[in-house]
Design a binder for this molecule. Structure first.
Ligand code: ZN
Length: 78
């Protein structure tokens, strides 16, 4: 397994791809890149897992950041 991106010019698009900011053509090129690039594929899987955990936790709180279950923000006053 490679630990570094095989094509950093495409690998830099990872965040934009995750956020749905790429054009359809760019997204297709990035998806083809994912098939060849272990580093980007691994990063995508990890980021997707983190996003799923965050979405689950927010949903469990009803999506309200001010609910009692939300972690207190140091220094924040309401
Ligand atoms: Zn890559």
């Amino acid at each position: 397994m490679n630990d570094s991106c095989v094509d950093p010019g495409l690998g830099r698009l990872l965040v934009e791809y995750e956020c749905g900011l790429l054009s359809p053509g760019e997204a297709f090129r990035f998806e083809v890149h994912l098939l060849d690039c272990d580093a980007c594929f691994r990063d995508l899987v990890q980021d997707t897992a983190v996003a799923a955990v965050l979405a689950h936790r927010l949903a469990a709180r009803g999506g309200d950041p001010h609910s009692p279950a939300a972690a207190p923000v140091p220094g924040a006053r309401s």
